[in-house]
Design a protein around this ligand. Structure first.
Ligand SMILES: [Zn+2]
Ligand SMILES: [Zn+2]
Length: 227
């Protein structure tokens, strides 16, 4: 992020563990600008930072609309430095930035939503148009190394990019997703973990959950890098 030099630090326990070095992508200064949400109370519905652990007003509305909450877990706060991170990663299209949080995200998913417990990992897809511009799906980049179940696609008429919509436009948007061919047979009775980069309003994730629930999923939760 700052172009500064990263000094590798080897302590004795690492030397004795005979492990390969873990590549560091952020210097300690930059790392400290990112705010971990696990250190604070968060909303039980969307994972945003709260003063006390409870359900935020937005999630109360989602609960009314859908009956169930996604219990989204986000690792980091969407603050200034996270915004800058996504600008470089998504909009300047530097795929190398996917590496920064990859180990952490992967380890978290494997621990909390383990495959042995029947979870399917479903990345939120990009529209064909966004894919053409960016040439990669940033969600699959962030979570790469997990085995994805690509159950969803974006409907063709979805012309305007989500990131260019304001909050009102986002909330008014109609169901943007369709199920890929063969998805229904896979979903029936399974536990689904939706993966996305940022939880903003929740609109995208709840649409994804809605269409997956209609195909008979047993349980649906979500996880994002930022909130
Ligand atoms: Zn730095
Ligand atoms: Zn919430």
């Amino acid at each position: 992020m700052c172009q500064g030099k990263i000094s590798e630090y080897f302590d004795l326990s690492w030397v004795l563990s005979f492990q390969r070095t873990k590549k560091k992508y952020l210097c300690n200064d930059c790392q400290s600008n990112f705010t971990k949400l696990s250190d604070a109370p968060t909303c039980l519905g969307c994972g945003r930072k709260m003063n006390v652990e409870e359900i935020c007003n937005d999630c109360i509305k989602w609960k009314k609309a859908y009956g169930q909450l996604l219990e989204n877990v986000a690792l980091y706060e969407y603050n200034g430095v996270m915004k800058e991170y996504f600008e470089r990663f998504k909009f300047m299209g530097d795929f190398y930035f996917a590496n920064v949080f990859n180990d952490e995200l992967k380890a978290f998913v494997k621990k909390e939503y383990s495959k042995g417990k029947d979870w399917l990992y479903v990345p939120i897809p990009l529209s064909a148009q966004s894919y053409q511009t960016r040439m990669f799906n940033q969600v699959e980049g962030l979570f790469s190394g997990l085995e994805f179940a690509k159950l969803l696609a974006v409907k063709n008429e979805e012309k305007k990019q989500q990131s260019k919509l304001n909050r009102q436009e986002r909330m008014k948007r109609s169901q943007p997703f369709i199920l890929n061919k063969g998805s229904e047979e896979i979903i029936e009775g399974r536990k689904i973990l939706l993966l996305d980069d940022i939880y903003t309003t929740g609109r995208t994730l709840y649409y994804a959950a809605e269409i997956i629930r209609s195909a008979g999923a047993k349980e649906i939760k979500s996880m994002t890098l930022a909130r």
